[in-house]
Design a protein around this ligand. Structure first.
Ligand code: ADP
Ligand code: MG
Length: 658
């Protein structure tokens, strides 16, 4: 077996599972073994029942009593399990066969998460184990993976195990370096991350894998930035008349941080060497307009410009905004995204090549082979942390090396930004537009849900809109958490009933959005939300990146405990973009002191830098089984905050190799 072989070559993986794995982005054997666990499940010796604590996972063993069954839309089975120390309620939905299986008076072993059920504690959907089966799991860490319907963690772990029997990964680091820096052999690291004996082992494995992620990234980065200062400015832009006109026609005036950044851009583009600038500014600080100004100046000087963004939804949104604001200057803007037909793309390629297009705004589609420019003078990369280094490089190579303007909302401490952005010049926007009201935050438990629904209803009645974020697309038996499909169904019902009760005829259009919809469907939903036709959008985190609907004033996040703080901050940034008071409701799906501590950081800080700092302080380096930051720079494991020391080490290593 080779790393590049299809997963179908693994024993036990058939055609059907291969198809399902593909949904997780797993096609080759390498993809599979690099699909690291999201977390581990630890099977401990069954505990005395009176030690059950809300929010914690417990295994208990005891005799059952008071077995009852209630048929209905959700068939409910309940019973109590007791030992010498107490009794605990067990509740199952939609598993009616349990009534026949369970025998009152007999002893069983159950395991699950303890929840509050009115006045008592209970386990919902407890898993039942035979003793000998449980003993086998005991004191082992069972990997938990990101899943899709039809694939279980167990299946993935078995397949990985099969694959790893046959594969030996090639070592790239010298032994002395590994020894000196406590880095495992790559082959051991990959094996251990899937099947650690202890959390300590898992951490050590992770250390090596993070080091490799950083090394790969930094190596590519160095190639990307080779000697930019010696690169002669072939596109000298000195005339900014139209830009001044655009600024004076905006419905707002630029903040002083925006003005200062625009000055930086002008100085770069009119200088002796090419621009290579990074704009770092919190979500909603107004980076788009700066890109637009730079683009306009370049186009008016006779060159082309490209704007690359990470999602189609965002591309469309930028496209519309650019068309609207730049129309009067006679510039020709086009959209280029993956979901367009081959024929459409071909036409655009032709126009870009002969100069009939001035600005192309698009997704990864921009770096595909067919696209060539007549004279690309500027490449803008929005939300640049979403792109891999190689993708950024490809865009840069589209022309005869254009000016580069990157933008990011990821707040990065100065010391790290030096490594990550290397040679790039940095403009930081620390200030928010003045008309903004700070977002009001609330951290609540699910008991608050009806209140929240009514709150949103009121906002809609006042002409506003809301986002509700759920962690999952569809329901799952294995993973707990709200899902957008069922949630939307329930919410629609709730609002119909509410309108009936209030007799006010308020009709609320609730729709859902998630990553598994086709690009066309996603675009259409997002468009209808942007136009106000949809008032409440239930979505997964696909709306996280850059989307701008000013009229939305409520962001409610279900199972907020399941997301990283940086990600929650990004999500919150979807509201508070207009002049209205906006609200963010963090809904906890489970309880715990650490959950409260983390969410309180968001409640008390609206500033992204502050959130990142506090988050790191709380987690401390090495706390890696908490909620991971997601989406950062397309790394699987690495976290620039928690792994800052490894980033520095990797940086030294890459420099030393030259
Ligand atoms: P981000 O920095 O997250 O990309 P955007 O560029 O999308 O933010 O800007 C968010 C919103 O703020 C947009 O609707 C934009 O028109 C508006 N905006 C930008 N600059 C200002 C300003 N100086 N005053 C008021 N509103 C502004
Ligand atoms: Mg943006």
């Amino acid at each position: 077996m080779n790393l590049t072989d299809n997963v179908i070559n693994i024993k036990g993986v058939g055609e059907k599972s291969a198809k399902l794995l593909e949904k997780l982005g797993i096609i080759t054997i390498e993809d599979l073994i690099r699909h690291y666990p999201r977390n581990y499940d630890e099977f401990l010796i069954p505990a005395p029942i009176n030690t059950a604590r809300e929010g914690e996972i417990i295994a208990v063993e005891g005799a059952i009593s008071r077995l009852a069954s209630r048929p209905g839309r959700k068939h409910i089975v309940t019973c109590y399990v007791s030992d010498a120390t107490g009794a605990l309620k067990l509740v199952w939905f939609n598993q009616p066969y349990l009534v026949k299986m369970l025998k009152p008076g007999y002893r069983y072993l159950f395991r699950g998460t303890v929840k509050r059920d009115n006045a008592e504690l209970a386990i919902n959907q407890a898993k039942m184990y035979k003793r000998e089966e449980y003993v086998r799991l005991l004191n082992n860490l069972q990997p938990i993976y990101d899943l899709t319907k039809g694939i279980t963690s167990n299946f993935i772990s078995k397949s990985v195990n099969e694959a790893l029997k046959d594969i030996e990964l090639e070592e790239t680091l010298p032994l002395s370096f590994r020894k000196a820096n406590n880095l495992l052999k790559i082959n051991d690291a990959v094996n251990t991350i899937h099947f650690p004996k202890t959390k300590q082992d898992a951490l050590l494995a992770r250390r090596r894998l993070v080091f490799d992620e950083f090394t790969e990234f930094l190596t590519a980065l160095r190639e990307l930035q080779e000697k930019k200062n010696e690169e002669e400015n072939r596109y000298r832009i000195t005339n900014y008349t139209e830009c001044e006109d655009l600024i004076s026609n905006l419905p707002f005036s630029l903040t002083s941080a925006q003005k200062k950044t625009f000055d930086d851009i002008k100085k770069d583009m009119s200088g002796n060497t090419l621009m290579s600038r990074m704009i770092e500014g919190d979500v909603g600080s107004g980076k788009t307009i700066l890109a637009m100004l730079a683009v306009l100046a370049v186009v008016k000087a006779g060159y082309q410009a490209a704007v690359m963004v990470p999602t189609e939804v965002l591309a469309k949104q930028h496209y519309e905004e650019f068309c609207e604001r730049l129309e009067k200057y006679g510039v020709r803007t086009e959209l280029l995204v993956g979901s367009q037909t081959a024929a459409t793309k071909k036409k655009i390629y032709a126009k870009a090549a002969n100069g009939e297009i001035d600005i192309i705004i698009g997704t990864h589609a921009l770096i595909q082979e067919g696209l060539e420019f007549r004279n690309l003078g500027l490449a803008v990369i929005d939300e640049q942390h979403r792109f891999g280094v190689n993708q950024r490089k490809s865009l840069k190579e589209k022309g005869l090396k254009p000016h580069i303007l990157s933008m990011s909302a990821t707040p990065i401490p100065r010391s790290l930004s030096l490594i990550l952005y290397g040679d790039m010049d940095l403009s930081v926007i620390k200030e928010m537009p003045a008309e903004r009201l700070p977002i009001k935050n609330a951290v609540v438990d699910t008991g608050y849900r009806p209140k929240a629904f009514n709150f949103i209803r009121n906002e809609v009645a006042n002409g506003h809109q809301a986002y509700i974020i759920c962690p999952m697309v569809e329901g799952s038996d294995e993973v707990e958490g709200e899902n957008v499909v069922d949630y939307t169904e329930d919410l629609k019902e709730y609002y119909e009933l509410a309108a009936f009760r209030a007799q006010d005829g308020l009709k609320i259009n609730v729709e859902y959005l998630h990553g598994k919809l086709s690009a066309k469907e996603k675009n259409s939903i997002m468009e209808r939300f942007a136009s106000g036709e949809i008032q409440v959008l239930v979505s997964t985190t696909v709306v996280e990146v850059g989307v701008n609907v000013k009229n939305a004033t409520v962001m409610m996040i279900e199972n907020a405990e399941k997301f990283g703080l940086a990600q929650l901050h990004q999500l919150r940034g979807r509201v508070g973009r207009g002049k209205w008071q906006s609200y963010c409701i963090f809904m906890k799906g489970s309880e715990g002191k650490d959950i409260d501590e983390r969410l309180d950081i968001l409640k008390n800080n609206n500033n992204g830098f502050k959130v990142a700092e506090e988050d790191l302080r709380l987690r401390g380096p090495g706390d890696l089984f908490g909620v991971r930051q997601s989406g950062e720079l397309s790394w699987k494991l690495a976290d620039i905050y928690a792994d800052a020391d490894l980033l520095a080490l990797a940086s030294e290593y890459v420099k030393g190799k030259e």
